[in-house]
Ligand binder design. Structure first.
Ligand code: DGJ
Length: 726
């Protein structure tokens, strides 16, 4: 049993294959957090609740009759505001009386097989055999607000998910001013905080730094996730390396304003909160109404950051990506954007498809520019009807010509946006988000549609449905190229304007749900000016997300390595483009560490380049399963080494290894050995190029000598090696 409740000791234990999480119901029904970390066989955990003597300023509840218990010092399971705990709080409710004192106590619990979905939100899923769930009911006695804490344990994968449901069980409306998805109190602060930051064209830079006293946080208030911070934090214990030591990962399944806050107090404890950003958030709950928080994913690893990443790489395809394409082989595609931008017509696209066919490519994606009067990025977003001046003969005719070549067809949309120069805006100017009395800011010449409004979503759905249902479309790229300003909805009363940002995200999820439900066989790829909305919420709907508009292969190394901290390689949209640095070989090797595809004009290739691309297309099929199902090892990260970057994929049965090395710039030394990881030391592996056979022990302990003849030496050069067990 993954979840047990010890009646006598009043302790919940949530065990995965290698971790334990424990909660105590203490006197006066306080829920106290006991432990999160490596698996423990013990039942006798009550002593873990104590965190030292408190001083004369520590508030306490006299009814508890424990001189060592203060809500401000002991680890609390789900911290609340204003009732004795001065640290950052996960929950704050403004009641009828106007104050925000919030104090929840245990009422009941149930443990059941499987995992419930979350109303209107993306969430992990599991069969009754794969997971077990604990639901703890608590109540705030004064407001009558019931708070249900949900924990699902994926025992075999070492993963837990958490969320919170708040029900107004009182007689008056209340206002939620913060509702985090999870709170974790850890008894130390000597962790490194590891997270991903960036900007447009430079996403997912790895940042690792020690926690400090005080509050540190990463947040978004853009309405979307944004490229600036990913909603993920790892806490790496002292000595945690890529492959050894303890790491905790916390990831939010959400695509809007998020916050991951960590407070380290003077006692050197740390509290982590993960959930919706409380800034600009207020939610009114009428009696009987329910609010559901997004889901947080938590993983504990005793095998360093690499072990943590590999767990998430397995978890998301199995339990979060609901698309059939999570497990189906995806077609090798070419995208028109960097090849043509807005300058295309039907004949040019058919030429692309003809040339692509000769190269072994399987799908053509028509990017931005096919609809309304869209001749540049100044106009027509919102007008989702085919521009027949560009696509002469219409879309069906174009797709037929492409399909006749044996090539599938994909299309681009930016459903949440509207240009002031569009028919949609002229008909419904009030559908663009703007606060009363204020002009809306412009970004990339466009505004954001008010997705909180059903009639807006219905209009966009109907426009999309018409085009998609009347045409043979295999793939959709869902783009999103600006963030929200002057946030307000004409459809919400003043007392509900604080709900705007979350309602926007719920609206996007609703539209994405309707499209993917209506067209379940279409492969959906998300995108937001590159990787600006690369988050687990999006993965629920689309098994792949365009990782960056930066297609330079050397820059891509750090972008994709960074993303691999918490996302599987199968999710990272990566294409070979015409970018000037490096040859096709390295571009192919880097894109192969992603979904793999092309984004260049296939008419402009030399015969030699075409041969190379045919070889890459063959490799795409040859290594498809190894890359998507194998274990990914970051051997040398561009965040740590500016000369070279190395990685490998090892098949689950350890019978195959694909190793890649890229020279980013010349090292001072010219002798270099790389040791592989994850092989079976007792087996022998044949180098598929040379036929030489080496033991797994040799490859892992002595390593590959990267200094010999034929090994890469020049800037931008690379090498890929395939070893197969004999
Ligand atoms: C931003 C995306 O990241 C690009 O790939 C491309 O689709 C453009 N938008 C089109 O406007």
């Amino acid at each position: 049993m993954a979840i047990t409740f010890n009646e006598e000791k009043k302790i919940f234990k949530l065990d995965t294959r290698d971790s334990t999480y424990a909660i105590l119901i203490y006197r006066e029904n306080y829920l106290v957090h006991l432990y999160y970390g490596a698996k423990l066989p013990d039942d006798n955990l009550t002593g873990l609740m104590y965190r030292g003597r408190f001083d004369s300023l520590s508030p306490y509840n006299p009814k508890v009759e424990d001189p060592l218990f203060s809500p401000d010092i002991n680890p609390m399971e789900y911290s609340t505001n204003g009732a004795g705990d001065f640290r950052i709080s996960a929950l704050s409710v403004r009641g009828e009386a106007g104050n925000t004192v919030t104090d929840i106590r245990y009422v009941s619990h149930r443990i059941f097989s499987g995992k419930p979905g979350l109303s209107g939100l993306p969430a992990a899923f599991a069969s009754e055999e794969e997971a077990q769930t604990l639901e703890v009911e608590t109540v705030d006695a004064v407001t009558g607000v019931k708070v249900f804490l949900l924990y699902t344990v994926f025992e075999d994968l070492g993963v837990m998910t958490r969320s919170v449901r708040v029900e107004n069980g009182g007689k008056s409306p209340v206002e939620l001013t913060r509702v985090y998805s999870a709170c974790v109190d850890l008894p130390r602060m000597d962790y490194d905080m590891v997270h991903l930051y960036g900007r447009w064209n430079k996403e997912n830079s790895l940042n690792r730094h020690p926690l400090m006293h005080g509050i540190q946080s990463i947040r978004s208030k853009r309405g979307m996730t944004g490229a600036n911070h990913n909603p993920f934090v790892a806490l790496a214990a002292p000595g945690c390396t890529e492959e050894t030591g303890e790491a905790f990962g916390f990831h939010l399944v959400y695509s809007g304003n998020f916050a991951i806050d960590i407070e380290c107090d003077t006692r050197e404890f740390s509290r982590l909160l993960i959930g919706i950003n409380p800034e600009d958030f207020r939610w009114r709950l009428e009696p009987g109404e329910v609010f559901t928080s997004p889901e947080a994913v938590m993983v504990y690893s005793s095998q360093g950051l690499g072990g943590m990443s590999r767990t998430l790489h397995k978890f998301y395809p199995a339990h979060l990506m609901r698309s059939e394409w999570a497990h189906k082989k995806r077609p090798l595609l070419i995208n028109s954007w960097e090849a043509a931008y807005f300058d295309f017509d039907d004949d040019k696209l058919v030429e692309f498809a003809q040339k692509a066919k000769e190269l072994g490519i399987e799908m053509l994606v028509m990017d931005d520019g096919w609809f309304g009067n869209r001749c540049d990025d100044h106009r027509a977003l919102g007008d989702w009807y085919v521009n027949e001046k560009k696509l002469k003969g219409g879309l069906s005719n174009l797709i037929q010509r492409v399909n006749d070549l044996g090539i599938k067809f994909g299309i681009w949309y930016e459903p949440e946006m509207i240009n002031p120069d569009s028919d949609l805006y002229r008909a419904h100017p009030d559908w663009a988000i703007r606060a009363p009395g204020r002009e809306h800011s412009i970004s990339r010449y466009q505004c954001v549609l008010d997705m909180t409004r059903k009639e807006v979503r219905d209009n966009i759905f109907e426009q999309m449905y018409k085009v998609i249902s009347q045409n043979h479309i295999d793939y959709i790229k869902w783009d999103c190229n600006r963030h929200i300003t002057e946030a307000a909805s004409a459809a919400l009363p003043p007392e509900r304007q604080g709900e705007f940002f979350h309602r926007y995200v719920l609206g996007v999820y609703d539209l994405m749900d309707r499209i993917t439900t209506a067209f379940p066989h279409i492969l959906l790829e998300n995108c937001s000016s590159g990787g600006g909305r690369f988050d687990p919420g999006m993965l629920y709907y689309s098994p792949q997300i365009w990782a960056s508009d930066n297609t330079d292969p050397i820059e891509r190394l750090s972008i994709q390595f960074g993303a691999s901290l918490c996302y599987p390689v199968s999710a990272m949209g990566a294409h070979v483009s015409a970018s000037p640095r490096t040859g096709l070989k390295t571009k192919g090797a880097v894109a192969m560490c992603g979904t793999f595809g092309y984004e260049l004009d296939p008419r402009k290739m030399t015969e030699e380049e075409k041969d190379q691309v045919r070889g890459q297309a063959a490799d795409y099929h040859r290594y498809y399963d190894l890359i998507r199902k194998g274990d990914f090892y970051r051997l040398v990260s561009p965040a740590e080494n500016s000369f070279h970057c190395e990685w490998e994929f090892v098949s689950e049965d350890q019978s195959e290894v694909l190793f890649t090395s890229v020279i980013m710039r010349q090292p001072e030394h010219n002798f270099y050995i790389q040791r592989l990881r994850g092989l079976d030391p007792d087996r022998y592996y044949r180098d598929e190029d040379t036929g030489e056979v080496y033991s797994g022990a040799l490859l892992m302990n002595a390593g590959i000598n990267l200094s010999g003849d034929g090994w890469p030496r020049e800037d931008g050069d690379s090498l890929t090696k395939h070893f197969v067990a004999v």
